[in-house]
Design a protein around this ligand. Structure first.
Ligand SMILES: [Zn+2]
Length: 346
Protein backbone atom coordinates (compact mmCIF):
# COMPACT_ATOMS: atom_id res chain seq x y z
CA UNK A 1 0.00 0.00 0.00
CA UNK A 2 1.43 3.36 -0.98
CA UNK A 3 0.67 6.57 0.76
CA UNK A 4 0.64 9.76 -1.20
CA UNK A 5 2.49 12.65 0.38
CA UNK A 6 0.71 15.96 0.12
CA UNK A 7 3.27 18.76 -0.09
CA UNK A 8 2.94 21.38 2.63
CA UNK A 9 1.20 24.54 1.51
CA UNK A 10 3.35 27.57 0.86
CA UNK A 11 2.62 30.64 2.92
CA UNK A 12 -0.28 32.07 0.99
CA UNK A 13 -3.15 32.94 3.32
CA UNK A 14 -5.80 32.67 0.66
CA UNK A 15 -4.31 29.78 -1.29
CA UNK A 16 -4.53 31.45 -4.67
CA UNK A 17 -2.06 32.48 -7.35
CA UNK A 18 -0.32 35.82 -7.15
CA UNK A 19 -2.29 38.70 -8.52
CA UNK A 20 -1.87 40.62 -11.74
CA UNK A 21 -1.36 44.29 -12.53
CA UNK A 22 -2.91 45.57 -15.74
CA UNK A 23 -1.19 48.02 -18.04
CA UNK A 24 -3.12 51.32 -17.93
CA UNK A 25 -2.56 51.78 -21.66
CA UNK A 26 -2.97 48.36 -23.31
CA UNK A 27 -4.57 46.25 -20.55
CA UNK A 28 -1.99 43.44 -20.75
CA UNK A 29 -1.15 41.93 -17.36
CA UNK A 30 1.94 40.82 -15.50
CA UNK A 31 2.29 39.09 -12.14
CA UNK A 32 2.81 40.92 -8.85
CA UNK A 33 5.65 39.28 -6.92
CA UNK A 34 4.91 38.57 -3.30
CA UNK A 35 7.05 41.27 -1.72
CA UNK A 36 7.42 43.73 -4.58
CA UNK A 37 5.47 47.00 -4.70
CA UNK A 38 2.18 46.83 -6.57
CA UNK A 39 3.66 49.44 -8.91
CA UNK A 40 7.49 49.54 -8.89
CA UNK A 41 8.65 53.03 -9.85
CA UNK A 42 10.53 51.65 -12.83
CA UNK A 43 7.66 49.45 -13.99
CA UNK A 44 7.23 49.30 -17.75
CA UNK A 45 4.69 47.32 -19.75
CA UNK A 46 6.32 44.39 -21.53
CA UNK A 47 3.78 44.60 -24.33
CA UNK A 48 3.42 48.29 -25.22
CA UNK A 49 6.34 49.89 -23.37
CA UNK A 50 4.11 52.18 -21.29
CA UNK A 51 6.00 53.60 -18.30
CA UNK A 52 4.58 55.14 -15.12
CA UNK A 53 4.94 58.83 -14.45
CA UNK A 54 7.12 59.33 -11.38
CA UNK A 55 5.84 61.67 -8.67
CA UNK A 56 8.67 61.91 -6.18
CA UNK A 57 7.76 59.52 -3.38
CA UNK A 58 5.10 57.76 -5.41
CA UNK A 59 4.01 56.76 -8.91
CA UNK A 60 1.06 58.30 -10.74
CA UNK A 61 -1.56 56.16 -12.45
CA UNK A 62 -3.91 59.06 -13.17
CA UNK A 63 -1.73 62.21 -13.50
CA UNK A 64 -4.39 63.98 -15.59
CA UNK A 65 -6.77 64.02 -12.59
CA UNK A 66 -4.26 64.83 -9.86
CA UNK A 67 -4.97 68.55 -9.56
CA UNK A 68 -8.62 68.41 -10.58
CA UNK A 69 -10.81 69.79 -7.79
CA UNK A 70 -13.71 67.41 -8.25
CA UNK A 71 -14.63 64.95 -5.50
CA UNK A 72 -12.57 66.66 -2.80
CA UNK A 73 -11.53 70.24 -2.14
CA UNK A 74 -7.80 70.32 -2.74
CA UNK A 75 -7.13 72.71 0.15
CA UNK A 76 -9.07 70.32 2.43
CA UNK A 77 -6.04 68.11 3.09
CA UNK A 78 -4.29 70.78 5.14
CA UNK A 79 -7.44 71.31 7.22
CA UNK A 80 -7.89 67.56 7.70
CA UNK A 81 -4.28 66.98 8.72
CA UNK A 82 -4.60 69.79 11.27
CA UNK A 83 -7.62 68.33 13.08
CA UNK A 84 -7.37 64.52 12.80
CA UNK A 85 -4.96 63.75 15.65
CA UNK A 86 -6.99 63.20 18.81
CA UNK A 87 -10.32 64.13 17.17
CA UNK A 88 -13.10 61.88 18.51
CA UNK A 89 -14.43 61.04 15.05
CA UNK A 90 -11.16 60.01 13.43
CA UNK A 91 -9.69 58.20 16.44
CA UNK A 92 -12.82 56.15 17.19
CA UNK A 93 -13.31 55.35 13.49
CA UNK A 94 -9.74 54.02 13.50
CA UNK A 95 -10.59 51.82 16.51
CA UNK A 96 -13.56 50.43 14.58
CA UNK A 97 -11.47 49.80 11.45
CA UNK A 98 -8.71 48.01 13.39
CA UNK A 99 -11.31 45.85 15.17
CA UNK A 100 -12.96 44.86 11.87
CA UNK A 101 -9.61 44.01 10.28
CA UNK A 102 -8.61 41.77 13.21
CA UNK A 103 -11.99 40.10 13.04
CA UNK A 104 -12.44 39.60 9.29
CA UNK A 105 -8.99 39.81 7.69
CA UNK A 106 -6.38 39.02 10.36
CA UNK A 107 -4.14 37.21 7.86
CA UNK A 108 -4.35 39.76 5.08
CA UNK A 109 -0.96 40.11 3.41
CA UNK A 110 -1.60 42.39 0.42
CA UNK A 111 -3.57 45.44 1.45
CA UNK A 112 -4.73 48.51 -0.47
CA UNK A 113 -6.37 51.57 0.96
CA UNK A 114 -8.36 53.57 -1.57
CA UNK A 115 -8.57 57.30 -0.93
CA UNK A 116 -6.07 57.37 1.93
CA UNK A 117 -6.34 61.15 2.27
CA UNK A 118 -3.73 62.39 4.72
CA UNK A 119 -2.88 58.87 5.93
CA UNK A 120 -4.68 58.91 9.28
CA UNK A 121 -6.65 55.67 8.71
CA UNK A 122 -3.37 54.05 7.66
CA UNK A 123 -2.48 54.01 11.38
CA UNK A 124 -5.38 51.58 11.93
CA UNK A 125 -4.33 49.32 9.06
CA UNK A 126 -0.69 49.20 10.17
CA UNK A 127 -1.69 48.64 13.79
CA UNK A 128 -3.96 45.71 12.92
CA UNK A 129 -1.64 44.22 10.28
CA UNK A 130 1.96 44.97 11.26
CA UNK A 131 3.38 42.37 8.85
CA UNK A 132 1.22 43.17 5.82
CA UNK A 133 2.44 44.73 2.58
CA UNK A 134 0.38 47.90 2.45
CA UNK A 135 -0.27 50.27 -0.43
CA UNK A 136 -2.03 53.59 0.06
CA UNK A 137 -3.71 55.26 -2.91
CA UNK A 138 -5.24 58.67 -3.32
CA UNK A 139 -6.37 60.67 -6.33
CA UNK A 140 -4.59 63.79 -5.14
CA UNK A 141 -0.86 63.85 -4.55
CA UNK A 142 -1.43 66.75 -2.13
CA UNK A 143 -3.04 64.19 0.19
CA UNK A 144 -0.26 61.67 -0.48
CA UNK A 145 2.33 64.25 0.60
CA UNK A 146 0.71 64.43 4.06
CA UNK A 147 0.28 60.65 4.19
CA UNK A 148 3.93 60.12 3.28
CA UNK A 149 4.98 62.51 6.03
CA UNK A 150 2.99 60.41 8.51
CA UNK A 151 4.33 57.12 7.12
CA UNK A 152 7.82 57.84 5.75
CA UNK A 153 8.63 54.11 5.55
CA UNK A 154 6.79 50.83 5.26
CA UNK A 155 3.95 51.94 2.97
CA UNK A 156 3.81 52.15 -0.83
CA UNK A 157 2.04 55.26 -2.13
CA UNK A 158 0.24 55.46 -5.47
CA UNK A 159 -1.64 58.35 -7.07
CA UNK A 160 -4.67 56.55 -8.48
CA UNK A 161 -8.25 57.01 -9.62
CA UNK A 162 -10.44 54.47 -7.79
CA UNK A 163 -12.46 53.99 -10.98
CA UNK A 164 -9.33 52.53 -12.62
CA UNK A 165 -7.44 50.36 -10.13
CA UNK A 166 -5.64 48.26 -12.80
CA UNK A 167 -5.29 45.17 -10.58
CA UNK A 168 -6.74 41.68 -10.81
CA UNK A 169 -7.03 39.17 -7.95
CA UNK A 170 -4.11 40.89 -6.24
CA UNK A 171 -5.36 41.94 -2.81
CA UNK A 172 -6.41 40.25 0.44
CA UNK A 173 -7.94 43.42 1.85
CA UNK A 174 -9.18 46.72 0.45
CA UNK A 175 -10.19 49.60 2.70
CA UNK A 176 -12.30 52.52 1.48
CA UNK A 177 -13.05 54.78 4.43
CA UNK A 178 -15.43 57.61 3.60
CA UNK A 179 -14.43 57.55 -0.05
CA UNK A 180 -17.30 56.12 -2.13
CA UNK A 181 -19.62 59.02 -1.32
CA UNK A 182 -17.21 61.38 -3.09
CA UNK A 183 -17.46 59.49 -6.39
CA UNK A 184 -20.46 59.84 -8.73
CA UNK A 185 -20.00 56.39 -10.30
CA UNK A 186 -19.64 54.30 -7.17
CA UNK A 187 -20.81 51.20 -9.11
CA UNK A 188 -17.71 51.45 -11.25
CA UNK A 189 -15.47 51.66 -8.16
CA UNK A 190 -17.14 48.60 -6.63
CA UNK A 191 -16.58 46.65 -9.86
CA UNK A 192 -12.93 47.61 -9.78
CA UNK A 193 -12.64 46.60 -6.11
CA UNK A 194 -14.18 43.22 -6.88
CA UNK A 195 -11.72 42.70 -9.73
CA UNK A 196 -8.73 43.75 -7.62
CA UNK A 197 -9.57 41.47 -4.67
CA UNK A 198 -8.36 37.89 -4.51
CA UNK A 199 -11.14 35.32 -4.24
CA UNK A 200 -12.05 35.35 -0.55
CA UNK A 201 -10.52 38.82 -0.16
CA UNK A 202 -12.21 41.35 2.07
CA UNK A 203 -13.52 44.88 1.52
CA UNK A 204 -14.15 47.16 4.49
CA UNK A 205 -15.97 50.37 3.57
CA UNK A 206 -17.41 53.25 5.56
CA UNK A 207 -19.83 55.81 4.12
CA UNK A 208 -22.09 58.55 5.51
CA UNK A 209 -25.61 57.32 6.15
CA UNK A 210 -29.16 58.71 5.90
CA UNK A 211 -29.91 61.20 3.09
CA UNK A 212 -32.16 63.11 5.52
CA UNK A 213 -29.03 64.13 7.44
CA UNK A 214 -27.73 66.05 4.40
CA UNK A 215 -26.38 69.46 5.39
CA UNK A 216 -23.82 72.09 4.45
CA UNK A 217 -21.16 69.80 5.93
CA UNK A 218 -21.86 67.37 3.05
CA UNK A 219 -21.69 70.23 0.54
CA UNK A 220 -18.39 71.39 1.98
CA UNK A 221 -17.06 67.82 1.84
CA UNK A 222 -18.04 67.48 -1.85
CA UNK A 223 -20.25 64.47 -1.12
CA UNK A 224 -22.25 63.01 -4.03
CA UNK A 225 -24.67 61.29 -1.65
CA UNK A 226 -25.34 60.00 1.83
CA UNK A 227 -26.31 56.32 1.59
CA UNK A 228 -29.73 55.02 2.53
CA UNK A 229 -29.83 52.22 5.08
CA UNK A 230 -28.72 49.02 3.27
CA UNK A 231 -27.92 50.88 0.03
CA UNK A 232 -24.20 50.18 0.03
CA UNK A 233 -24.73 46.50 0.86
CA UNK A 234 -27.18 46.24 -2.05
CA UNK A 235 -24.71 47.89 -4.44
CA UNK A 236 -21.95 45.51 -3.31
CA UNK A 237 -24.19 42.48 -3.85
CA UNK A 238 -25.16 43.82 -7.28
CA UNK A 239 -21.52 43.69 -8.27
CA UNK A 240 -20.94 40.16 -6.96
CA UNK A 241 -19.58 40.76 -3.45
CA UNK A 242 -21.02 38.96 -0.44
CA UNK A 243 -21.83 41.14 2.54
CA UNK A 244 -20.73 39.47 5.77
CA UNK A 245 -21.23 42.27 8.31
CA UNK A 246 -22.74 45.70 8.49
CA UNK A 247 -23.49 48.12 11.24
CA UNK A 248 -23.91 51.81 11.90
CA UNK A 249 -21.28 54.15 13.28
CA UNK A 250 -22.08 57.36 15.18
CA UNK A 251 -25.29 55.67 16.32
CA UNK A 252 -25.59 56.93 19.90
CA UNK A 253 -24.88 60.52 18.85
CA UNK A 254 -27.44 60.40 16.03
CA UNK A 255 -30.03 62.62 17.82
CA UNK A 256 -27.34 65.24 18.50
CA UNK A 257 -26.02 64.98 14.94
CA UNK A 258 -29.54 65.29 13.54
CA UNK A 259 -30.26 68.37 15.64
CA UNK A 260 -27.07 70.11 14.52
CA UNK A 261 -27.49 69.14 10.87
CA UNK A 262 -31.18 70.00 10.58
CA UNK A 263 -30.65 73.35 12.26
CA UNK A 264 -27.86 74.09 9.81
CA UNK A 265 -30.08 73.17 6.87
CA UNK A 266 -32.56 75.96 7.59
CA UNK A 267 -29.98 78.40 6.30
CA UNK A 268 -27.62 76.26 4.26
CA UNK A 269 -25.17 78.86 2.99
CA UNK A 270 -24.99 81.48 5.67
CA UNK A 271 -22.17 82.00 8.11
CA UNK A 272 -23.98 80.13 10.89
CA UNK A 273 -24.09 76.83 8.98
CA UNK A 274 -20.45 77.20 8.09
CA UNK A 275 -19.78 77.81 11.74
CA UNK A 276 -21.61 74.59 12.61
CA UNK A 277 -19.55 72.59 10.15
CA UNK A 278 -16.50 74.19 11.72
CA UNK A 279 -17.73 73.31 15.24
CA UNK A 280 -18.01 69.66 14.20
CA UNK A 281 -14.48 69.84 12.83
CA UNK A 282 -12.98 71.52 15.90
CA UNK A 283 -14.94 70.59 19.02
CA UNK A 284 -13.92 72.02 22.38
CA UNK A 285 -11.57 69.66 24.26
CA UNK A 286 -14.22 68.81 26.87
CA UNK A 287 -16.78 68.04 24.13
CA UNK A 288 -14.19 66.01 22.26
CA UNK A 289 -13.44 63.93 25.37
CA UNK A 290 -17.14 63.37 26.08
CA UNK A 291 -17.88 62.32 22.50
CA UNK A 292 -14.88 59.96 22.48
CA UNK A 293 -16.36 58.24 25.55
CA UNK A 294 -19.78 57.96 23.89
CA UNK A 295 -18.22 56.42 20.78
CA UNK A 296 -16.30 53.91 22.89
CA UNK A 297 -19.55 52.90 24.64
CA UNK A 298 -21.07 52.45 21.19
CA UNK A 299 -18.11 50.30 20.20
CA UNK A 300 -18.70 48.06 23.23
CA UNK A 301 -22.35 47.66 22.22
CA UNK A 302 -21.21 46.70 18.72
CA UNK A 303 -18.66 44.21 20.01
CA UNK A 304 -21.23 42.31 22.01
CA UNK A 305 -23.27 41.94 18.84
CA UNK A 306 -26.17 44.30 19.45
CA UNK A 307 -27.58 45.71 16.20
CA UNK A 308 -27.06 49.43 15.55
CA UNK A 309 -29.35 50.01 12.56
CA UNK A 310 -29.20 53.84 12.59
CA UNK A 311 -26.24 56.17 12.78
CA UNK A 312 -24.38 58.95 11.02
CA UNK A 313 -22.27 56.44 9.07
CA UNK A 314 -22.51 52.84 7.98
CA UNK A 315 -19.76 50.25 7.88
CA UNK A 316 -19.89 47.26 5.57
CA UNK A 317 -17.59 44.24 5.36
CA UNK A 318 -17.89 42.19 2.17
CA UNK A 319 -16.00 39.32 0.60
CA UNK A 320 -15.29 38.36 -2.98
CA UNK A 321 -16.81 35.02 -3.96
CA UNK A 322 -14.35 32.14 -4.05
CA UNK A 323 -16.09 30.44 -6.96
CA UNK A 324 -16.18 26.70 -6.47
CA UNK A 325 -15.39 26.64 -2.75
CA UNK A 326 -18.30 25.79 -0.47
CA UNK A 327 -19.50 28.41 2.03
CA UNK A 328 -17.74 26.77 4.97
CA UNK A 329 -14.38 27.09 3.25
CA UNK A 330 -15.10 30.67 2.27
CA UNK A 331 -15.40 31.51 5.94
CA UNK A 332 -12.15 29.72 6.73
CA UNK A 333 -10.09 31.41 4.04
CA UNK A 334 -11.35 34.82 5.01
CA UNK A 335 -9.59 34.04 8.25
CA UNK A 336 -12.17 34.83 10.91
CA UNK A 337 -15.60 34.21 12.32
CA UNK A 338 -17.82 35.70 9.65
CA UNK A 339 -21.23 36.47 11.02
CA UNK A 340 -24.12 35.69 8.71
CA UNK A 341 -25.49 38.93 7.37
CA UNK A 342 -29.06 39.69 8.31
CA UNK A 343 -30.97 41.80 5.81
CA UNK A 344 -33.06 43.20 8.64
CA UNK A 345 -30.00 45.06 9.92
CA UNK A 346 -29.75 46.99 6.68
ZN1 LIG B 1 0.81 48.07 -22.10
Amino acid sequence: MTSQTIPPKQHDPLGVDRGRRLCPRCGESDGVDEHSPLWPKDWRCNDCGFALEPGGDFVRLAPELDEVDDGFALDGFAQLAAIEDGHFWFTTRNALIAWLIRRYAPNAHRVLEIGCGTGFTMYALRDALPRATITASELHSRGLAYAHKRHPAGVEFVQMDARHIYLKSALDLIGAFDVLEHIADDHRVIEQINQALKPGGILIATVPQHPWLWSSADDLAHHQRRYRRGELAAKLRDRGLRVVYQTSFAALVLPLLAAVRLRGRQSPHDSRSLEMAETEARPLPIVNAALTSVFMVEHTIRRIGMPLPFGGSQVVVATKATGSLPNKTQHAVAGACLLPYKASHG
